[in-house]
Design a protein. Structure first.
Lengths: 237, 237
DNA sequence: AACATCCTTCGGCCAGCATCGAAGCGTGAA
DNA sequence: TTCACGCTTCGATGCTGGCCGAAGGATGTT
């Protein structure tokens, strides 16, 4: 039962925005975008601040409900508190200026991140874009006005790969929305289905996480398997 | 200060978030959520700051690309620079805490805003929720996994009301997504179709804008017309 | 022309907060 | 127990940025 007067009925977005507005906190949140939990020390290192500073920031993010924490031994693992938070970060990134190009050469890291990465919990980057292309080409997926829908054939194929499609449909989340990639400027498959497919591909050993957060690598078996199941378009360079 | 390297390729979301993070600017942006252009002075009054302060804020919002400005005589009209910006605000509002209840009585304003309001450029509030219900009940709209689709009957009905459906389909925007109402906690019709329908209803004189931003009122003709076209469910109190 | 209105710019004031080192607390290892 | 490690708390410091009144431009009105 809400009731403020002049700004009538709005939620107070400023405090939440303020949590994201600090560069250090933004770096931490972005580092958590892949949905994994990272230790406080690791986040401090990634953001380039002292442990004390990081702790203060994480405490504020915790208060604001943007992250949750799990204690494990003497470590404390922080993670985004849900897909909603990731969505905010993604939408925000979409309207944010691209970082200035610092030099002509891209780092190896940056290139690998472009190749295959996760976007909170689903496959993104070039691999994500190609996967979506392959699914559409193979008539596994239909393009609707502003989302995708599985064809019967697609449902069968994905089930065979170990994707629990009915569970994805039941999820309290958009089922198969396009998710605009901010490195590729092209959509990839997001939502519950995107997450389920990605989980299955990793489970199957076709992709594996590398040391850096959000980066993925196609394994040799993955290359073969994708070739078989998806007309080869996915596995080609 | 050591630039963190892993976040290499990300857009820099912190500066944009910082623009939204100030309560005064957030109030201004929220006031612009209905898509209309407001004069600088009006925004100052709404946000409760002096003209000088408002000017500084608007200048920063302008630099950040969140708003655009149109000079007209001695007035300067500011508006959100696009639906993307509105989307960010909406998504942010969704994860933001509801404002504390200040008293038991709701102001007339608040009640009217709940009744019918616009959400950037489409109908929201109770009227928006009821419109969506009526469209679904009357088989004008089909519910898909995470969006809606017009039935042939619905397309005909809306065209008859003056809605340019093909134009809405061509728009570079989701066609008919559900938009979660943050006052009603229920979806209403958003996207290009939502905007087109709303524009048509206002054009037709069935709804009219009131003095306060984002508030709408059903006219008597509107009540009659909606009764006729939509099984009466829409027009009933 | 002279005035009123709307808005911006300037200068100065003050609060908030990001930052760090050092110290404190809890956990796991020797 | 004692040490090592990870993290948080404390206290102090410095800077960013929001705020206003007054003055300055620009535009429309009389």
């Amino acid at each position: 039962m809400p009731a403020p007067q002049h700004v009538a009925n709005d939620a107070e977005i400023a405090p939440v925005a303020a949590l994201i507005a600090d560069p250090t906190r933004a770096a931490m949140l972005t580092a958590l975008l892949d949905g994994r939990a990272l230790a406080a020390g690791e986040l401090a290192r990634l953001a380039g601040v002292s442990a004390a500073t990081a702790s203060a920031h994480l405490s504020r993010l915790l208060d604001g409900g943007l992250v949750t924490v799990v204690r494990q031994g003497r470590h404390r693992y922080y993670r985004l508190s849900g897909p909603d938070i990731a969505e905010v970060l993604e939408v925000l990134a979409r309207i944010s200026p691209r970082p200035a190009v610092r030099g002509l050469t891209q780092s190896r890291q940056a290139r690998r991140l472009e190749e295959a990465r996760t976007c909170y919990d689903h496959l993104a980057g070039r691999a994500g874009v190609r996967l979506l292309g392959a699914l559409l080409d193979g008539d596994h997926l239909d393009e609707r006005a502003d989302a995708y829908e599985l064809t019967p054939a697609g449902e069968e194929t994905l089930e065979a790969l170990g994707v629990d499609v009915p569970a994805a449909r039941r999820a309290r989340r958009r089922f198969a929305p396009p998710c605009l990639d901010w490195t590729e400027r092209t959509p990839h498959l997001g939502g519950a289905l995107g997450a389920a497919v990605t989980a299955a591909l990793i489970e199957r050993g076709w992709f594996e996480r590398t040391r850096e957060p959000r980066a993925l690598r196609v394994t040799p078996e993955g290359r073969r398997g994708l070739e078989e199941h998806f007309t080869g378009r996915m596995a080609r360079e």
